[in-house]
Design a binder for this molecule. Sequence first.
Ligand code: FES
Ligand SMILES: [Fe+2]
Length: 434
Amino acid sequence: MVTEEQNIRLTRVGPETPGGALLRSYWQPAALVEELDDERPIVSVTLLGEELVLFRDDKGKYGLMDRYCTHRGADLCFGRLDNGGLTCTFHGWVFDSDGQCIEQGAEPIGSKFYLNVSQKAYPCVERNGIVFAYLGEGEPPPVPSLDAFTAPESHTFAFKGYLDCNWMQAMEVGIDPSHASFLHRFFQDEDTDEQYGKQFRDKAASSDMPITQLLREYTRPIIKTDKTDFGIRLTTLRELNEDQLHVRVTNCVFPNAITIPMSREMAITQWHVPIDDTSSYWYAVFTSFGDEVDKETMRDQRMADLEMPGYKSKFNKANKYGFDPVQQATEIYTGMGYDINVHDQWAVESLGPIADRTKEHLSKLDIAIVQFRRMFEAGMAAVENGEDAPLRFSEEDSAKITGPPAIDAFGKPDTWQDDWVVWEQERRDAASWS
Ligand code: FES
Ligand SMILES: [Fe+2]
């Protein structure tokens, strides 16, 4: 049972909040690299409630700093990329990628005032299509060696989408395996060979059964959780018969990412990142263990239901998420089309801007959600007490944070614990890059 006070602690993300301080202890996605692809690589970024400007300077270095100029407050998103940094167009002050003022064109010749002036700035790193930022105190932690980061760029595809609600309820869908049998139910199975780039539409490793059929017919899973060196591993078991057990391995990568299977070939690592208290982005890196990723197809599929600017869904509360009662009766459980991102979007946004956890009745199937909230609360308390945030690793330990394994596979009831490990390892061994 979550109290109102606990719910506030879990969901508020500003710099002065315990949740905001914990999330700031880790690298967070700030933008897609593709957002900085045009002639003028400057974008506004609102991250953890802070209004920022992200740019790439003439040497290719990223700068992320306060959006409003420290001189008189003009909007630096309208700045110029010249003189070796980002120039405010109000009075010509220039800031380098570390936020240091390096020139003040209107000051008297010989003035050294610029040496004492800087914008608040945050470090950035680029990994496989995403610019990550560190908004915390002190030195940033190393980037862990997750598959999403160690796979070559050719075998990954990065994308994002907007959610009109607090980040945590989106995260909690990612660690809730039972919803897939209902929220993502299709009444007919499609040809699994034609479903490239779509989640839950392939077969599981080691079987001919489409995942859509499995989810539809076996709705009462057993969910097991294990604490790991990156967070929580979820193992979801669906018993088909005395000989066959479906095993789905997914992960909570603490504090705000998940790694889940996408198909036999691909896994998804997805971050749920607060824009502010009541809106968030999901950022995903799709990682292939097989062929290079067909980025154009992946992008076209996702853009079909999105609008720019802002990577916002065309479907929302105002148009009832495209709800069609005829389709609900005959084709799709939700009646909200074939894109499962829209189903998830409806589910998380319908909980309200910030879900009221005081009214929930959690069941056995919500075991990972309960554990995650406890971990998050313990993390907030640690940071409040001046201790290290959990799972913030040293350079050496960070190199050991790999994978994590994410797979759909069938196993035998008495050997499934080893069976999925073997299939996962075979796939990893076959990958050209792993
Ligand atoms: S407000 Fe930016 S230089 Fe004056
Ligand atoms: Fe879902």
